[in-house]
Write a protein that binds this ligand. Structure first.
Ligand SMILES: C[S@@+](CC[C@H](N)C(=O)[O-])C[C@H]1O[C@@H](n2cnc3c(N)ncnc32)[C@H](O)[C@@H]1O
Length: 210
């Protein structure tokens, strides 16, 4: 994450509406049940995604990268009763946790999980989607982008997580670093979308289909 001045992250959280109890429990279960709590979007970003979904009146949402289901549940909370999220992942160890929490929420029925290689699953989805969140393996970010953009409706919004990659975009060394840099370069000149990169958490790119 970006190095914010001491106390600013707590201040951001205090200045945002409180986290729902079930989401708080899900974060706790992720911390206890996996080694990867840092992969979870968490309260700030989850609230941001939910607000975006409400702001554009999204009904049909796509997520690439479910993990333990925090972002999917946060987004589901922003959808109307007839809204739907299709979320893709490959790792049952994580998605079993997701399912067990979604079941406890009145919004869980809006979420459909498709297991398997996300790129393969994407071929069977036609959309059109109002909102998409890309947050899976970094090596495939560009492939996900190319698969998702044509499935968005005009005016639909794509959010992409971790585009600053803990600051490593400035001096890429490893495979994932280069994948994110290549992805960012492609998006920056992609005329199919309006686009902006934000320094929220580990960097989020927002793009609106033209
Ligand atoms: C950063 S986590 C997603 C976090 C989630 N959005 C949240 O907020 O809790 C990335 C997820 O992508 C999944 N993933 C990685 N490679 C994948 C692939 N090739 N196909 C489908 N899912 C994949 C991982 O299993 C992991 O759960």
């Amino acid at each position: 994450m970006l190095n914010l001045p001491e106390g600013i992250n707590d201040y951001l959280l205090e200045s945002t509406e409180p986290e729902e109890e079930l989401l708080r429990e899900l974060a706790e279960a992720t911390s206890e049940g996996t080694k990867w709590i840092q992969m979870q979007t968490g309260h700030l970003e989850g609230s941001f995604l939910r607000l975006l979904i409400q702001a554009i009146g999204a009904k049909n949402v796509l997520e690439v990268g479910t993990f333990t289901g925090y972002s999917a549940l946060s987004m589901a909370m922003g959808l109307p009763a007839d809204g739907k999220i299709t979320t893709l992942d490959i790792e049952p160890e994580y998605t079993d946790i997701a399912r067990s929490f979604w079941e406890q929420s009145p919004h869980g029925s809006k979420i459909e999980l498709i297991m398997g290689q996300a790129l393969e699953s994407l071929t069977s989805l036609t959309g059109p989607f109002d909102f998409a969140f890309i947050d899976a393996d970094k090596q495939n970010y560009l492939n996900y982008w190319e698969a998702v953009v044509p499935k968005m409706r005009k005016g639909g919004v794509i959010a992409v997580d971790n585009v600053l990659w803990y600051g490593r975009v400035l001096s890429p060394k490893h495979g994932d670093d280069h994948a994110i840099v290549t992805f960012n370069e492609r998006v920056a000149r992609d005329e199919r979308v309006d686009r902006v990169m934000l320094s929220v958490r580990d960097g989020i790119t927002l793009a609106r289909k033209r």
